[in-house]
Write a protein that binds this ligand. Structure first.
Ligand code: FAD
Length: 526
């Protein structure tokens, strides 16, 4: 019996899944997920990603069973799995969503397409987000995004006919064990409080946010105290496709229509949220258009800026949450426990890595990719570069972790929650606990250098030095000239949704920030 393969990747749902619907309308369908050892061997892969995917696959299989079908799984490289399957039970076509992933998944998708062509098998891909493959002109992008989001959702098929298969390498979900994280070579640690995967959970989070929590979105997303509740928390569900971007945009716009004139706060929250959804695709488009962004500076004039000064002690202090700056170490502790941080705290972590610690963004980015449950390469790598100052087209924003603590955690509630040793430190010393005298330490039963780390650099000196190095480079004529080409390729256009917001995705709160954009041509940077 001829059939079509629907290859699930980061689109773990049945609703608004055009590859599935189109396949189902043409005959029997095999829904397939492949656990790829080479993918899990990449430096950005983590056990928590695998765990979240497995939970989502479990829900997917339950939903497929309700349609009279099953999810099938295989372990191996995708081309090999397809080849074995095709030999045993030939199929007509492979349906999938386009993926803007890392270099590895890009090469894999090219190889799958090539294999399909060589075998005379159809290879059909559908856009998953408002991201345009082979985009010629950045000016076309915004209308294309609107078009994608306004398009009808693919309804979930009402029944699915699955071919009877007896292929040893492919089996129905749950009938054989999958490799463990350790067997895939992953560090088995998973944040115990991370969000759980699956369509059902995604719908709950979306419903709860649109109806209730979004009232607190505006004004609530910058502080790490209010953000876990005020932010939508949809990021991992979008990253693994448990819900489609189109579903989220359409549901948010529908909710906006229901709000009366008195619901101003709620309206502002939802409008702010829609701009973030737009930024999601805007950033991914950058990686889609320039995949090299994952490993080399957007502006090549910045090559060699930090790479030659690699300091393993600084990297160790950062990744172990032992920088001594309470806000930084508390964020690292929260990440380890939950797999999530709000935008502002992510930006602060990267800024601390890039400026006072002077670490290149690539290894920091791989470490953070593993810490973030919602790791989405197309957002992550452009953000890593932007916060590290290697795009060449953004105003340099350097976050001082002590000022961030004053602004967002003035009572020390956040740092004491995540760093138990600080619970014994009196308020006076909370911002810079390493300055406590021996007498104060012994009175409060806390030891600097042991319970509390000593910062590896003097903060203000290190920040001054870092800014001076960066600005000296920016002033070089060749670096200034090359900036125009980067602007042309990547910067945003005037009038886009969220243009009155900070392009980095956070709220404008500081009076010191420029009210007009740094370049005359662009309304928003990067
Ligand atoms: C260095 C760095 C790395 C990041 N890496 C990732 C990543 O790997 N995956 C990821 O989803 N987000 C990433 N972000 C963006 C942002 O921090 C997260 O999207 C957000 O914290 C997720 O929580 P939420 O879903 O509750 O966000 P909400 O504020 O509720 O936003 C809703 C959605 O909009 C999108 N979004 C929000 N902020 C941004 C932004 N600044 N740029 C682009 N899209 C945005 C996300 O899809 C998010 O789920 C990164 C930010 C920084 C500074």
């Amino acid at each position: 019996m001829r059939y079509r393969v629907v290859w699930f990747k980061r689109d773990l749902r049945l609703q608004d899944h055009w590859p599935l619907l189109e396949a189902a309308q043409r005959g029997p369908v095999l829904c397939l997920y492949v656990v790829e050892p080479s993918l899990w061997a990449q430096p950005d892969a983590a056990a928590q990603h695998y765990g979240f995917i497995r939970e989502s696959l479990h829900v997917l299989d339950q939903q497929l069973q309700a349609l009279g079908s099953r999810l099938h799984v295989a372990v191996g490289e995708v081309v090999d799995v397809l080849a074995v399957l095709h030999m045993a039970a030939p199929f007509d076509a492979v349906h999938a969503h386009e993926e803007t992933g890392n270099a590895h998944t890009f090469a894999r998708d090219v190889a799958v397409g090539r294999w399909c062509r060589a075998q005379g098998v159809g290879w059909h891909e559908w856009a998953q987000f408002g991201v345009v493959r082979r985009l010629q002109d950045r000016r076309e992008w915004q209308p294309r995004w609107e078009q994608h989001m306004a398009h009808a959702q693919a309804p979930r098929p009402t029944a699915l006919h699955t071919p009877p298969l007896t292929v040893p390498h492919v089996w129905p979900w749950g009938t054989r064990p999958l490799p463990t994280a350790i067997e895939l070579g992953l560090d088995p640690h998973e944040p115990p409080q991370r969000q759980r995967g699956g369509r059902v959970q995604a719908q709950q989070v979306l419903h709860d946010f649109l109806n209730e929590r979004s009232v607190r979105y505006r004004g609530g997303i910058s502080s790490p105290l209010s953000a876990p509740d005020a932010c939508s928390r949809l990021s991992p569900y979008l990253a693994y496709g448990c819900v489609s971007m189109r579903e989220v945009v359409q549901a948010t716009r529908a909710q906006l229509h229901t709000l009366g004139p008195t619901a101003k706060r709620h309206r502002l929250g939802l409008q702010g949220f829609v701009s973030r959804l737009y930024w999601h695709c805007h950033f991914i488009q950058k990686l889609e258009s320039e995949p090299e962004l994952e490993w080399r500076n957007l502006h090549r004039g910045y090559d060699g800026l930090r790479e030659d000064d690699w300091n393993p002690e600084h990297f160790k202090a950062l990744t172990q949450g032992r920088t001594g700056w309470p806000m930084v170490d508390a964020c690292v502790a929260m990440l380890r426990e939950t797999g999530w941080l709000n935008f502002r705290m992510r930006a602060m972590l990267v800024s601390v890595a890039a400026y006072p610690l002077w670490l290149p963004w690539q290894p920091v980015g791989h470490w953070l990719a593993r810490q973030f449950l919602d790791y989405e390469p197309g957002i992550h790598w452009p953000q890593m570069q932007m916060q590290s100052g290697t795009t060449g087209i953004n105003t340099t924003r350097v976050y001082n972790p002590i000022k961030q603590a004053l602004d967002h955690d003035p009572q020390g509630v956040f740092v004491r929650r995540w760093l138990p040793a600080l619970r014994r430190v009196p308020d006076t010393w909370l911002l810079e606990p390493w300055h406590m005298s021996a007498d104060v330490q012994s009175r409060h039963g806390v030891r600097v250098g042991q319970d509390i780390a000593i910062p590896p650099v003097e903060l203000l000196d290190a920040l001054r030095h870092a800014k001076a190095r960066l600005h000296a480079l920016r002033r070089q004529p060749a670096v200034r000239e090359a900036k125009a080409a980067v602007v042309q390729r990547h910067a945003s256009r005037r009038g886009m949704p969220g243009a009155n917001r900070d392009a980095r995705g956070e709220e404008r709160t500081s009076k010191r920030r420029p009210s007009t954009p740094p370049t005359t041509q662009m309304s928003l940077d990067f």
